[in-house]
Design a binder for this molecule. Sequence first.
Ligand SMILES: *Cc1c(COP(=O)(O)O)cnc(C)c1O
Length: 412
Amino acid sequence: MQATTKLLHSIPVDAQTGAIAVPIYQTSTFVQEAPGVNKGFDYSRTNNPTRQELEKIVAKIEGGTVAAAFASGLAAIDAVIKLLESGDEIVAVDDIYGGAYRLFEKVYKKFGITVTYVDTTDLGAINRAITSKTRLIWIESPTNPTLKVSDIEAIAAIADRYKILLAVDNTFASPVLQQPLLHGADIVVHSATKYIGGHSDVIAGLVITRNEDLGRQIKFYQNACGAVLGPFDSFLLIRGLETLHLRIAQHCRNAAIIAQYLEKHPQVDKVFYPGLASHPNHAVAKKQQKDFGGVVSFSLRQDTEAAATKFVTNTQLFHLAESLGGVKSLVSHPASMTHKSIETEKRRAAGVSDSLIRLSVGLEDAQDLIDDIENALRKVGSEQLAESRKKSNIFSNSLPLPAHCSLLPANC
Ligand SMILES: *Cc1c(COP(=O)(O)O)cnc(C)c1O
């Protein structure tokens, strides 16, 4: 049976009523026949039938055995870091999601957990960063917003050698394109807010593992710390999962067309998309991903924040917003939005130039999206033209010249 058929039919018909959709058990508690005698549920923080169904499906599509659903992607990351103890170290990808960076630096640092950030596309850099205190390697692949791809299998081998854990934030790829557990990762994390939810209507996170002991610990922290996903949000994720394969296929198709279009555009400088042969990690992406995803970033030849702002405020179909992975296309400007808090030089060194623009390519018709981009680039271009005209005509047009100058050459 094909994966899609298996997925759709692993979502059960409700035994009690025959409901084909998973019922939303919007209840906090469950009646017991006698103390401790119940039907498998006692309190919804600990376990809820709708959430349990979601967790079963997610474990399966990631190639894991245990999954835990959280109130956000960050709550999911938080649960993984709680596996560590004071004095432990993490080696993490350098262009890590900003929220994870904040969690590590502003929360866990004060509890004695420290993080070394390295370019995880460079295996030597990972090896050099590992010390006797390192307990966890944390990667995202592809990353945000420059879509760097790290070799999961090779990094899992390093983690094995040092007997430390490898966690992969699989948000950008989704389980349809990449199953890190099958490449040797110990833990997978998702911001299900993005592709898994897929409709920009829920904040949610997931942790998946195939290691029973790690699974037990994650489940313990889920209940003990309490950042659980509610029944209705769990239902939304199940609904999202039912069309994930289809949506991802279309996101990838549209993104590939747009990346190729941008690469040929005279106003565009660099295009970041793992599906392009020009992408530095194209070979690794090809090896470990089924396709290349729905996010495309690019920079402008006119590498200024003003030019990027002109672009992102002139698209009609690409809405200016944080987040990604929804059915409607979104555009963002990392330098002034998600990466604003990073020092300018550090940000530029990480490849996030002043004009870098990130597209979350949605499910609209590809040609309509290209027309939209073309129009917005034309606006950037005409501005550029007007700017240069203003400069060259500075004496004849824009400044009132003193009378004696009018007969002198233009460089008066
Ligand atoms: C959005 C995101 C997160 C955080 O998830 P939330 O659901 O917003 O808490 C973590 N990692 C990546 C790669 C993300 O894009």
